[in-house]
Design a protein around this ligand. Sequence first.
Ligand SMILES: Nc1ncnc2c1ncn2[C@@H]1O[C@H](COP(=O)(O)OP(=O)(O)OP(=O)(O)O)[C@@H](O)[C@H]1O
Length: 217
Amino acid sequence: MSALALRDAVAEYGTIRVLGPLSLTLAVGEHVALVGKSGAGKSTLLSVMFDRWRDRGPALMPQDLGLVPTLSVFHNVYMGGLSRHHGWYNLVTLARPFRRDVHAIMPLLEHLDIADKCWTPVGELSGGERQRVAAARAIHQGGNLLLADEPVSALDGPLAEQLMAALTTAYPTAVLAMHDVELALRFTDRVVGIADGCIALDEPSLRLSAQDLLPLY
Ligand SMILES: Nc1ncnc2c1ncn2[C@@H]1O[C@H](COP(=O)(O)OP(=O)(O)OP(=O)(O)O)[C@@H](O)[C@H]1O
């Protein structure tokens, strides 16, 4: 995979420009945190990246998670790999999952501490549990590039760290919008600060402290 670039990207809602013009190049193997206050344009930038880099088959973990509440945890995670199977196989799976898929997905659920909810409808889960299901679906999808919007906002402590580790290990290249700046600094290589739809800061995480990011908020 070659480097990923945005050149003079802009986004508008109606006549109001909320992003850009903004240019950004992402090296392969880089984990990038997008930080900035609410409304700065992080989600908008992620959706521009998703559109522009569609040919790289990015996995998207949206802020609203995009889960199907009436389906089980297993089925929601399975959906990450829908395109790997024929339509008939997916239909059969809806009624009676194949053992090999259960064996593929169960270790992921165990790793994220939600294996006991495997057959529970997602609509019956807590916010943090749903977030782990969405992460498991993104990991099950596989690929080279992950775009994640606030992937650990409903978790804290060891569970948030475990999920950040799982996502950054599964995806060699990732852009993650983050509110928790301490976690962002620990789990990413580079921090891009967004303010009023523009890049206000772009530095290697190692050179930054949480204090350096305060002016963005
Ligand atoms: N559907 C929409 N229609 C009109 N304006 C929108 C829409 N979605 C977002 N905006 C505006 O675009 C700007 C950027 O929003 P965006 O959701 O990208 O911010 P964000 O940094 O992701 O915020 P948060 O951290 O709260 O998720 C904000 O001013 C927001 O009000």
